[in-house]
Design a binder for this molecule. Structure first.
Ligand SMILES: *Cc1c(COP(=O)(O)O)cnc(C)c1O
Length: 383
């Protein structure tokens, strides 16, 4: 994918595509306009809201990374979650969401979606095929997945869940942000794959973008139709930043994943730590599934501290870190740490973690420096 979505010699030989900003799209005559822009998705290059060359370049790259045929770029990762839910759900339908789903996705289901007459139930992310089959109702139209889960990093058995869903006519959606580059959603039964490009694709904490990728023409028609009705759009300048970020994503990921594992293993060896929630560590409860379905890892994981520590202790540890920023999001070049205890909702009985928790993102700093920083901050845990 380091070469996908490039115009080759069409832009005067320059390596990168240009930023095309635009609302009006001009045509040479009425007939050409009636035919629309056959250039690309037949009926869709008629006006700026349908995207332009900069969007299409990014869509091509992301579709290739995800292994799908068509991709839609939207303004945020959260919009990439809500647009397909709106596209495939209507009043009277039922949606199944993993209990470990990204918090704002839960807010959307419990907020606007509920108001529109769509019911959501939350399921244990570690459900097996028979368990999922039992949860699906005649009006279940969407089985949503996110693997690993936000903050708690459960790996889902996506092929098993997809088999149960497809046997009963439900669409399988997946938030594949963590697995970008290492999880091939369409080979595992996913119909609609969601990315927060804000994370490793952007890579520099300076852009918000999302993508929705599909692998079927009818799915594309439904998705593109919903995005058009909603007026969803993303800035071409942001698309350009994401195109720039994606060229170096593989090497950043490789480096950050290795550093992340080193830091995670070190934390796992510390007496203050109850467990590290990192799917690539052998002690992770779904490590076998991870090995089966993922070709690699990224640098985002969780840490559960011993139950003797309070949330106050945990905050003293986090405030004592010098090299880690305290803030949301991840995938940039900088390391981050946030307390997750008290900040995450679990309603399907999967909310027992054993102690206060934080989420760590490892950036491009030297792992030895990060470990030294963590070590001095751990010294503050017990007051
Ligand atoms: C950050 C994130 C999103 C949302 O992305 P934004 O661009 O910040 O809206 C969606 N899903 C997951 C798993 C995320 O971590």
């Amino acid at each position: 994918m380091s070469h996908a979505g490039r115009a080759g010699t069409h832009v005067h030989g320059f390596v990168n595509p240009a930023v095309h900003r635009g609302s009006t799209v001009l045509f040479p005559n009425c007939e050409a306009r009636r035919d629309g822009a056959k250039h690309r998705f037949e009926q869709y290059m008629t006006y700026g809201t349908q995207g332009g060359p900069t969007h299409y370049a990014l869509e091509d790259v992301i579709a290739e990374i995800e292994g799908g045929t068509r991709c839609l770029i939207v303004g945020t990762g959260l919009a990439a979650v809500t647009v397909p839910l709106q596209a495939w759900l209507k009043a009277g339908d039922h949606c199944l969401m993993p209990d470990s789903v990204y918090g704002p996705a839960r807010s959307f289901c419990d907020g606007l979606l509920r108001g529109w007459g769509v019911e959501t139930s939350y399921y244990d992310p570690c459900v097996d095929e028979a368990g999922m089959a039992a949860l699906i109702r005649p009006n279940t139209k969407v089985v949503y997945t996110e693997s690993p889960g936000s903050h708690t990093f459960e790996i889902q058995d996506i092929p098993a869940i997809a088999r149960a869903a497809h046997a009963r006519g439900a669409k399988v959606m997946m938030d594949n942000t963590w697995g970008i580059h290492h999880f091939r959603p369409f080979e595992k039964g996913v119909d609609v794959s969601i990315q927060a490009l804000t994370k490793y694709v952007g890579g520099h904490s300076d852009v918000l973008l999302g993508s929705v990728t599909v692998n079927d023409e009818e799915d594309w028609r439904v998705l593109r139709g919903a995005a058009s009705q909603l007026g969803q759009y993303a800035s071409p300048d942001d698309c350009w930043l994401a195109l720039r970020g994606v060229r170096t994503m593989a090497v950043r990921l490789q480096h950050q994943a290795r550093s992340g594992l080193e830091v995670a293993r070190w934390l796992g060896s510390r007496p203050e730590v109850l467990r590290v929630m990192h799917p690539a560590l052998p002690e992770h409860p779904q490590h076998a599934l991870f090995r089966r379905d993922f070709s690699g890892t990224c640098s985002l994981f969780g840490v559960v501290f011993q139950p003797r520590y309070s949330l106050e202790d945990l905050c003293r540890f986090i405030d004592g870190l010098a090299l880690f920023g305290i803030g949301a999001s991840w995938g940039g070049y900088e390391s981050l740490c946030i307390a997750t205890t008290g900040n995450i909702a679990r309603t399907a009985g999967t909310g027992e973690f054993g102690g206060p928790m934080c989420r760590i993102h490892i950036g491009l700093e030297e792992p030895a420096d990060l470990i030294a920083d963590l070590e001095q901050a751990l010294g503050r845990l017990a007051g």
